[in-house]
Every structure is written in structure tokens, then in C-alpha cells.
Design a protein around this ligand. Structure first.
Ligand SMILES: *Cc1c(COP(=O)(O)O)cnc(C)c1O
Length: 235
């Protein structure tokens, strides 16, 4: 029999705990985001029922439809690529935006959260390998973007996010995770006003343990919780 969502969540938490034990980290410092894109609201409710509180979505329209449908009280992060003209639909509904990679987008986020008189946490997406097909700022340009975003009063930079090149063997991804962590440390030592570098969003279904060993504080796991997705345009 297929394991239930509740069983899969329990397995992932056990693996997270083991990864933390291996590298001497407190399990409380790593949070699991259940990435529910392409999965129905009923599965989100099932996961929430099993104790999962935080969910990640990648597509604005899909998120809005499901957010209205989910009956459990859950928290949302937006983890996908985001167009400025769609930020308004996320206003007040998500607690973090993971893929900030340009100032124009930050300005629009600031404008929308100003209307609420609130502040939203964001992560800067870094394109570590310079992949043409992926969004994200080049590592050498991150500091300049962080400094500009830090001046926006309704946006708070909390750290970095990356989607490193896919590799069959998660060990091949380790150097990328290590690089993201080192970059966050470097930015942290600059003590830029209004910037915290306490959050590292990295690691997915096939490599989250390695990501935890390299310092991830948020892991984004979809398939391992909800099963394979039918269609996926990629985020
Ligand atoms: C879909 C997605 C994930 C989850 O990927 P899985 O391999 O299914 O765990 C994580 N991060 C982002 C940005 C995604 O779009």
C-alpha cells in the first residue's frame, strides 16, 4: 500500500532529525516547507491535519484558488518565480517570498505590503551556477541588490535561496549548498542595516539531507510528501 501523507511526513521528519544529528544541529533550526504546487487543497488539508503547518506554492493563480479552498489554518510561502503585476494577489496572504531576484520586483512587493502597513520577509534567489534557464542573481551581484532592497521599509531581507543544478547524486549538489551558506555568512558579517541573514532556503525532495548538513534552515519538499506531479512547468 502507498504510504499516507501522514506517514511520509513522519518519515521526512525522521530523516531531518538524523541529518541534524549527523552534523550536530538542533532540529528546531530547520523547518519543512511542504511544496504543494499541482496538488489539490484536499491534500494540503490532509497534511495540515497530520501536523504540517507551512506550505509552499509556485503559481499565483493556483495558489489563490487553493488558499480559498483550504479549510485548515496554515501558513504560506511563495517559492516560485514571480511577476511584478501578480504581487498584488499575494498581498497579506504569504509570510515569505523566496525568489526575489530584481529590484523592480522588490519595489512592487514594498508597494503592496505598504497598503497593509506591514512588512514581508523575502529571500534573495541566487543563481549559483549561472544557469541561463534559471532565475536568480549572480553571486557577485547579491550584495548590491540586498543593499537596495534594505532601503524599502516594507520588505525585510532574511537570507538567501537557491535551486542549484540538478544532479542524480545529492553529494554533487553539496558544493553549491556550501557556496550559498558561505555567501550568506559573508553578507552577514557586513551587518547591513535592516538585513538579517538568518534564513537559508535550500534542499528539495532528493537532496534535503545534504542541504541540512550544509546549513539549510528551510527545506522545500514536494514530491516526497505528495507524490510525483503530473505536469510541471518548472518554477
Ligand atoms: C517544486 C519546487 C520544489 C519541490 O520540489 P520536489 O523535488 O518536488 O521536492 C522546491 N522548490 C521550488 C522552488 C519548487 O518550485
Amino acid at each position: 500500500m502507498e504510504p499516507s501523507i501522514s506517514q511520509r511526513l513522519a518519515q521526512i521528519h525522521a530523516r531531518m532529525d538524523e541529518a541534524c544529528a549527523r552534523c550536530g544541529r538542533d532540529p528546531e533550526t530547520v523547518e519543512l516547507i511542504a511544496v504543494s504546487k499541482k496538488k489539490p487543497a484536499s491534500m494540503i488539508d490532509a497534511a495540515a491535519h497530520a501536523g504540517q503547518q507551512l506550505f509552499g506554492e509556485s503559481y499565483v493563480q493556483e495558489f489563490c484558488d487553493k488558499e480559498a479552498e483550504v479549510t485548515e489554518d496554515v501558513r504560506w510561502h511563495f517559492v516560485g518565480a514571480l511577476q511584478s503585476n501578480k504581487v498584488k494577489y499575494l498581498r497579506g496572504k504569504v509570510e515569505m517570498i523566496h525568489a526575489l531576484d530584481r529590484y523592480s520586483l522588490a519595489r512592487e512587493i514594498n508597494k503592496q505590503w505598504r497598503k497593509l502597513d506591514k512588512t514581508i520577509d523575502v529571500l534573495i534567489q541566487v543563481n549559483l551556477a549561472g544557469e541561463q534557464s534559471k532565475a536568480g542573481v549572480a553571486p557577485e551581484d547579491v550584495q548590491a541588490l540586498v543593499e537596495r532592497v534594505a532601503e524599502l521599509p516594507h520588505v525585510r531581507v532574511r537570507g538567501l535561496m537557491a535551486l542549484p543544478p540538478m544532479a542524480e547524486d545529492p553529494e554533487e549538489t553539496r558544493p553549491w549548498f556550501r557556496q550559498l551558506c558561505a555567501l550568506a555568512h559573508k553578507l552577514d558579517t557586513l551587518e547591513l542595516p535592516g538585513v538579517s541573514m538568518d534564513t537559508l532556503s535550500m534542499g528539495m525532495s532528493h537532496d534535503f539531507e545534504v542541504a541540512i548538513e550544509e546549513g539549510a534552515t528551510l527545506i522545500r519538499v514536494g514530491t516526497a510528501i505528495f507524490g510525483a506531479r503530473e505536469v510541471d512547468h518548472g518554477a
